[in-house]
Design a protein around this ligand. Structure first.
Ligand SMILES: NC(=O)N[C@@H](CC(=O)O)C(=O)O
Ligand SMILES: [Zn+2]
Ligand SMILES: [Zn+2]
Length: 345
């Protein structure tokens, strides 16, 4: 029985760090185990320009524990008014690593996102030319499309046309939640990657709804049927270069999660590596954890893997806090619903 594994230090290719007191609370949680993370730009107001990304990066650096080697990889939020020149300069200056596409209204703080995808076509063409990847929240927002179908419909109506029109654009399907997402990503060739979250490997829609509503399991894209969770697990544990970890750890204060109109987002930064080791072990695939968490992501982004390693050891159930304090608020840590035996030592 394996009781210890050592892997290259992992990276998180989709992370929400927020700002202010929340940033101060959650940045150390990710920096404890992760080398780098792609930082989502959906602040209020969003991080739209290279200058705003540079300023946000400084605030993140200031929130890190002294001596932390954690490196935030910044993104800009794509709007219909985004200036391609500004993005190109921010990339050339080493400020941004990717650009984020939110369909307007699809998720938390996405009101400034894109409604008419034709309007961003010239920006996407420029990004393809200069090798600047596009991270995509892949859900349509049409009110006549059932929320459980929004990812699959987005692939057909929006993503596939964008990729056909701009085949050289590197695209990351963020936080895929369906077998359709897995299939499309798998068939997409070297310019298409897909991130998978920790929580979507653990929960299906029953976990949210059976026996009383569980607001801390509500996130977007919403967890789907069990067959989709199993497809995600198979993809994450396949070792295929297309699939890599993006936790989508998305903290909200508990009072806004446990609310009549609760916010979408699961906070997994604190225990992600323990959860991942547990689920990979459950499926007999611990040997594939390093590819998923530490190797495939940097390879897709054209970056070296981290030079150092982390070691996970198996033992008595791990104690992790149920909540972490954030200013005057608290944030509930994702509870997988089974004990975690793997700790990062
Ligand atoms: N995933 C979520 O449910 N929420 C994210 C936004 C997002 O990634 O879509 C957030 O910013 O809270
Ligand atoms: Zn999203
Ligand atoms: Zn997210």
């Amino acid at each position: 029985m394996t009781s210890q594994i050592t892997i290259r230090r992992p990276d998180d290719w989709h992370l929400h760090l927020r700002d202010g007191a929340m940033l101060a609370a959650v940045a150390p949680e990710t920096a404890r185990h992760f080398g780098r993370a792609i930082i989502m730009p959906n602040l209020v107001p969003p991080v739209v320009t290279g200058a705003q990304a540079a300023a946000y990066r400084e605030r993140i650096m200031a929130a890190l524990p002294v001596g932390s080697g954690f490196q935030p990889l910044m993104t800009c939020y794509l709007t219909e008014d985004t200036d391609a020149e500004d993005l190109a300069k921010a990339k050339a200056d080493g400020i941004i690593t990717a650009v984020k596409l939110y369909p307007a209204g699809a998720t938390t703080n996405s009101a400034s996102g894109v409604t008419n995808f034709d309007k961003v076509r010239p920006v996407l063409e420029r990004m393809a030319e200069i090798g600047l990847p596009l991270c995509v929240h892949g859900e349509v927002v049409d009110s006549d499309i059932d929320i459980f179908d929004r990812e699959a419909v987005f692939i057909d109506r929006v993503l596939d046309p964008i990729r056909r029109a701009t085949p050289d654009l590197k695209v990351i399907m963020e936080h895929i939640t369906t077998s359709q997402g897995v299939d499309y990503a798998r068939a997409g060739g070297a310019n298409l990657g897909a991130t998978i979250t920790t929580h979507h490997l653990v929960i299906n829609r029953n976990h949210i709804l059976v026996g009383g509503i569980k607001p801390h399991y509500y996130c977007l894209p919403v967890a789907k049927r069990e067959e989709h969770r199993l497809a995600l697990r198979e993809a994450a544990m396949s070792g295929e270069a297309t699939f890599f970890l993006g936790t989508d750890s998305a903290p909200h204060p508990d009072h806004l999660k446990e609310h009549a109109c609760g916010c979408a987002g699961c906070f997994t930064a604190t225990n992600t590596m323990s959860v991942l080791a547990e689920v990979f072990e459950q499926d007999g695939k611990l040997d594939k954890l390093e590819a998923f968490a530490s190797l495939n992501g940097p390879a897709f982004y054209g970056l070296p893997a981290n030079g150092d390693t982390i070691t996970l050891q198996k033992g008595d159930p791990v104690d992790y806090p149920a909540k972490i304090p954030a200013g005057d608020d608290e944030v509930t840590v994702f509870q997988p619903g089974f004990p975690l035996h793997w700790r990062v030592v």
